[in-house]
Design a protein around this ligand. Structure first.
Ligand code: ADP
Ligand code: MG
Length: 452
């Protein structure tokens, strides 16, 4: 009989192929094959933190790849080391791990970030910090309204520093994910692991810090993390929707610390910047579009770059459907007029839901209907399936078909999962609200009839 080691060794290259490099490196690379019991391949995760994520999000893809690679039909089961062994407390300091690069999205760089009066200072501060981590401004705190490029800048800092210092340990985390890590660490008593993850960093990028306010254990852990990193001269960058003093739920001691470094706000971009953002996108997408057309779009959407991009995507999509080689102002006007004249609610269809959900989460529709199981894709897919179920009267099997031929039980499971998470996860409930809003009211969403 083949050994678990052989089976796993064959599966690894297939997994590497099927997963994003970050997911592979973070979740799969360090799994240890243990044994084959009957028809089940037993795999060991590093600790409870990994275990819960692997079970929840990676069982399917791991099972698929193991069987694909070996021509077998194994089930896969994840375990952690028996508690019988004395729990060795990992020293927080002195972990030799180098070059950890976690959570940063490569596509958001300084190259693609357009500057103008509205964001010049924040951009300059971000570049200064990226050039000289922990010596320019620490922490750097960037705040501003939704869709103005805070997350983009945060990733850009990560990418820049990673390129300059590949040996640096860098982590991008949303405050939501940080909170989940803290909860898991408390639940499974793996606080040492948590500390090792966050306190051996050279650069910590925390997105949307406002959401940790009022969560006592998380705030405490963040406070200690902050002190440990700051105290050992490591860079911290934070984004938020408000200035530190205006964060209602946050403890004063954190607010004080946020003001130790430098605080920079981002305002809605001026029309020239909006045009330049669109122009940059069109150039990268190789789209032939007139300056007039860009200006017209930029004039319609002033307060939020995300919405502006959404409008641009519609126009490009529409041009693609109608097989247009170039886009001029009158074409954009027609497209926008169609939104306006569609009055009230659009016909919501799975195609439209997929498109708007993909836009919202910044992934592609192809990702959404793919078999990828990493969280970045799987969560949006669950959300889109849930919306199909609640906003249309299409059956589970038909929703499955609309998502690349998934089994109806998968769809049911996804919908149930989202339904149970709505009340518990702010990111999920916000996503559902926002997407539903865009689908039913937002004029930047193209009505379905025009897509045919
Ligand atoms: P926030 O985090 O402030 O809500 P994001 O960083 O997610 O906003 O930005 C929303 C979208 O707008 C992203 O696709 C981002 O790339 C784009 N964007 C925002 N500001 C700019 C800018 N100045 N230049 C280029 N793209 C931008
Ligand atoms: Mg953001």
């Amino acid at each position: 009989m083949v050994s678990a080691q052989v089976v796993w060794a064959k599966a690894l290259p297939v997994l590497q192929e099927e997963m994003t490099p970050t997911s592979y490196k973070t979740w799969v690379k360090d799994i240890k094959p243990i044994s084959i019991e009957g028809n089940t391949l037993i795999l060991m995760a590093q600790n409870e933190l990994y275990l819960s994520t692997l079970r929840q999000f990676y069982t399917n893809i791991v099972t698929e790849c193991v069987n694909k690679a070996n021509g077998t039909n194994y089930a896969v089961s994840f375990i952690v080391k028996e508690e019988a062994e004395p729990a060795v407390s990992v020293p927080v300091q002195g972990s030799a791990e180098k070059g950890v690069f976690y959570g940063v999205q490569p596509k958001y760089t300084f190259d693609t970030f357009v500057t103008g009066e509205s964001n010049r200072f924040a951009h300059a501060a971000a570049v200064a910090v990226a050039d000289n981590p922990a010596s320019a401004y620490n922490p750097l705190y960037i705040y501003g309204g939704s869709g103005l490029g805070k997350t983009h800048i945060l990733h850009a800092i990560g990418n820049y520093v990673h390129e300059l210092h590949p040996e640096f340990n860098i982590c991008f985390v949303s405050s939501e994910d940080f909170t989940n890590d803290v909860i898991a660490a408390i639940k499974y008593d793996t606080r040492e692991e948590l500390r090792r993850k966050y306190r051996n960093l050279d650069l910590l990028l925390v997105d949307d810090i406002q959401f940790i306010g009022g969560k006592e254990a998380t705030e405490m852990e963040f406070f200690n993390t902050f002190n440990a990193l700051h105290g050992s001269n490591k860079q911290i960058v934070i984004t938020s929707d408000k200035s530190p003093k205006d964060l209602p739920l946050l403890q004063d001691r954190l607010k004080t610390r946020f003001a130790w470094g430098i605080t920079a706000d981002i305002k809605p971009p001026e029309v020239e910047t909006r045009v330049a953002i669109l122009k940059g996108k069109a150039e990268r997408d190789n789209i032939d579009i007139s300056n007039d057309a860009l200006l017209y779009m930029a004039e319609q959407f002033s307060a939020n770059v995300r919405e502006l991009e959404c409008c641009y995507n519609r126009v490009v999509l529409y041009a693609d459907f109608s097989k247009r080689a170039s886009i001029d102002r009158s074409f954009v006007e027609i497209v926008l007029k169609d939104y306006v004249s569609s009055e009230g609610k659009h016909m919501v269809t799975p195609d439209l839901i997929k498109q708007v959900t993909a836009d919202y989460f910044d992934i592609t529709v192809d990702d959404l209907v793919s078999t990828r199981r990493d969280k970045r894709i799987a969560v949006p897919r669950h959300v889109a399936m849930y919306l199909c179920r609640t906003l249309t009267n299409i059956s589970y099997p038909d929703i499955g078909k609309a998502f690349g031929g998934k089994h109806y039980s998968t769809v049911m499971y996804s919908c149930d999962q989202i339904a149970s998470e709505i009340g518990q996860r702010l990111d999920i409930s916000t996503a559902i609200d926002d997407i539903t809003n865009r689908l039913t009211n937002d004029l930047t969403v193209m009505p379905d009839k025009e897509r045919a």
